[in-house]
Design a binder for this molecule. Structure first.
Ligand code: GLA
Length: 388
């Protein structure tokens, strides 16, 4: 069976005639831990997945973007000068948005003929949009001779997502897609953008990182995500700190006491408690893995992250909580929702021979609750964006 890389090259010739100048690849990601910390200067620990998006591209005749998506079976043509926030929507916003962001950063971006296709499930919280942005960013970087660093490409891809696609996200997904490394987690300080590759090889320890797609429809995700972003900004302002990252676990109680009274203050207290304790959990996991400890030891920290997202940040949904509980009951060392929330995927750290039984236990719990059947796969850390 052919994959996205082969399909985009074949489709390019059929759609546009002639050969592409090259093909580029960027992966989706799953976040091991560090949720909703990346827009408050905090820490995240994602890994790039083996699935992602391929882009076959050629410099176009003029300053125009002609983009074709195999998944959408659609070709969109737009002059580069007409790309702006509010002017493009749907899948092409992630492609066109990158050209806009690069131009805004002062780069001379050539017109592009591009065909894209991917194998990251869309809407599962595995960053199919970041993979799309990063694949075309890598193509533009090479074909335009821009010589931008991975951090600069991540910044442009994030602007595409924030300003053109209109989702007020942090930079985790784009950094993971660009900096991924096989066999490693990408530990990112989202304030300095310092990246450390932390070795992570569950199979070597007899383990599997099982990713369970809950298939929960996450209709609320855009509005709720933006609300969490606003709450964190409000708490940051009330506390008078540069970012929530600057509140340590030791300072937490004193900081919480400084937030306003009443239900609004209580809400901000829960949000801040999640972010501050989540940053600490990321550092704990990194310290354990760096020291070569048995990865089973990080299990309780993963589960604590889930409780914090459920009770304090309030971004889980019943399908997600059911999957985590069923995975833990079936023997997972730790389990948590991963990604923006309100559905998407759950990850579980399990003994290698328990991946199928744990997934079956989740499927049974879903059947009993009347939910759609979940899907699952064992994740392995893969390399970040590159030319094919
Ligand atoms: C989404 C966003 C990221 C990050 C996560 C939550 O994936 O794109 O920037 O905020 O949610 O950790």
């Amino acid at each position: 069976m052919s994959g996205p890389a082969e399909r985009v090259a074949t489709e390019f010739t059929e759609a546009f005639g002639g050969e592409p100048d090259g093909s580029w690849w960027a992966p989706g990601r799953v976040n091991l831990i560090g949720e909703h910390t990346d827009y408050t200067g905090g820490f995240v620990l994602p890994l790039a997945l083996p699935s992602g998006v391929a882009a076959a591209a050629r410099v176009a005749q003029g300053p125009v973007l002609r983009a074709r998506s195999l998944r959408e079976r659609e070709t969109v043509e737009i002059p580069l000068a007409e790309i702006a926030p509010g002017k493009v929507d749907g899948w092409v916003a992630y492609v066109a948005g990158v050209a806009w962001a690069l131009r805004e950063a002062g780069h001379d971006v050539p017109g592009l003929d591009v065909v894209v296709d991917g194998d990251v499930p869309v809407g599962a919280g595995l960053s199919s949009s970041a993979a799309l942005e990063c694949a075309v960013a890598a193509a533009w970087n090479d074909l335009g001779g821009l010589a931008l660093s991975r951090d600069e490409l991540a910044a442009a891809a994030r602007r595409a997502e924030n300003d053109v696609a209109g989702a007020p996200t942090g930079v985790m997904d784009q950094m993971a897609s660009l900096h991924g490394r096989a066999g490693h987690l990408v530990f990112i300080d989202t304030r300095s953008l310092a990246v450390e590759h932390v070795p992570f090889d569950p199979p070597a320890a007899g383990l599997s990182l099982l990713v369970i797609d809950t298939k929960a429809p996450h209709a609320l995700v855009d509005g709720e995500y933006a609300e969490r972003h606003r709450s964190c900004a409000e708490a940051t302002a009330q506390l008078g700190v540069p970012a929530l990252r600057d509140v340590s676990v030791q300072d937490l109680d004193a900081a919480l006491a400084r937030l306003g009274q009443g239900p609004e203050g209580d809400l901000l207290r829960r949000r801040v408690r999640h972010v501050v304790t989540e940053n600490a959990r990321v550092l704990d996991v990194v310290a354990a893995l760096r020291s070569g400890a048995d990865p089973r030891r990080i299990g309780p920290t993963l589960t604590a992250s889930h409780a914090s997202m459920r009770d304090d940040f309030e971004i889980t949904v019943p399908e997600v909580d059911t999957a985590v509980a069923a995975a833990l009951d079936a023997g997972a060392h730790g389990a948590r929702m991963t990604g923006g929330g309100f559905g998407g995927c759950v990850l579980a750290l399990v003994e290698a021979d328990q991946a199928d039984p744990v997934l079956a236990a989740v499927a049974d719990a879903y059947a009993a609750a009347g939910y759609r059947a979940p899907a699952g796969f064992v994740a392995a850390a893969a390399d970040g964006a590159h030319r094919l």
